[in-house]
Design a protein around this ligand. Structure first.
Ligand SMILES: [Zn+2]
Length: 308
């Protein structure tokens, strides 16, 4: 069994203002890194187009309609100071959901062991009814709903992006079947993610880190809090909001992880997936803004996934 890698030029057509960190070059850097010979065994696919309906799995139809209505025919349309749409934004955002649907099916049907989707725009800041922080639709939340629709009822979402996954927390706050775990720098954007935010059913686990923390403290938080919570909750599929902006080179935060720390977390989650859910892991790109740090971290993550 192999690892499915979904990438597509459609994701680079979501354009942003000059100097914006969440830029198309991020994906070019990832694709270049994953062109190395060690990645030859990957099953490579482009992203299906996706559609509005997929977005309604995690957002009210009215909200999805509002986003669609704001898409510009040319130029940029700003939803807030750092979240803007270009003509290529909707096709990219929908394709991320189409890719999630394809990957969930491929994993549940046993075609592949696991999958990584190199998509943008990212999704984890998108709340039920709010676009923010470079995000419009919550990709990983839609993936969770798709997995549940295919019979994978108990979901674990691990979000190691350096920013709190406020959108994912908002969507699953009252959902006892979904355990959401987020490690992130605090204080930092978006400001939420304190340890006492635990969800209606104790199904939210926030692991705030401090600026300057590195791999030792990150690993300790996962070992002592995240992994026991996953074992207790159980899982029919593990989803990863794979942001790589906790890398020490990243310009948006001060957590000092190395690519090896992401590989370590990946390996540990694979061990849990092996014992809990037949290896099922779906990982989707979130942040990561230093091209070198992003490329080496993604490569380490995907190379580990290939060992399943
Ligand atoms: Zn981030």
């Amino acid at each position: 069994m192999t690892t499915l890698f979904i990438a597509d030029s459609v994701f680079q057509n979501h354009l942003v203002p000059e100097g914006h960190p969440e830029r198309p070059a991020r994906l070019a850097a990832i694709e270049k890194a994953l062109a190395a010979p060690v990645f030859a065994p990957l099953t490579r696919e482009n992203a299906p187009a996706g559609n509005m309906h997929l977005a309604t799995l995690a957002h009210p139809a009215g909200y999805v309609g509002e986003i669609v209505a704001q898409a510009p025919a040319e130029g940029l349309h700003f939803l807030d100071a750092d979240t803007s749409m270009s003509p290529g934004t909707l096709p990219a955002a929908f394709a991320a959901l189409g890719a999630a649907e394809r990957a969930v099916s491929a994993i549940i049907d046993g075609e592949v062991a696991n999958a990584f989707i190199a998509c943008r725009p990212p999704g984890h800041h998108a709340e039920r009814e709010a676009a923010m922080g470079f995000c419009f639709f919550n990709n990983i939340a839609v993936a969770a709903r798709l997995a549940q629709a295919r019979g994978a009822k108990r979901i674990v979402i691990v979000d190691w992006d350096v920013h709190h996954g406020n959108g994912t927390q908002d969507i699953f706050w009252s959902d006892r079947d979904v355990l959401f775990i987020s490690s992130h720098e605090m204080p930092n954007y978006p400001g939420t993610g304190a340890m006492d935010e635990r969800g209606e059913h104790d199904n939210i686990l926030n692991l705030p880190l401090r600026a300057g923390d590195g791999g030792r403290i990150f690993r300790e938080a996962f070992e002592t809090r995240a992994f026991p919570a996953i074992r207790k909750h159980g899982a029919d599929m593990i989803l990863i909001s794979a942001g790589f902006d906790a890398h020490r080179r990243d310009p948006l935060a001060e957590i000092r992880l190395e690519a090896a720390d992401f590989a370590w977390a990946t390996e540990k989650l694979m061990g849990l997936a092996q014992s809990l859910c037949g290896n099922r892991i779906l990982s989707m790109l979130e942040g990561g803004y230093d091209l070198e740090g992003l490329a080496e971290s993604t490569a380490a993550h995907v190379e580990m996934l290939m060992g399943a």
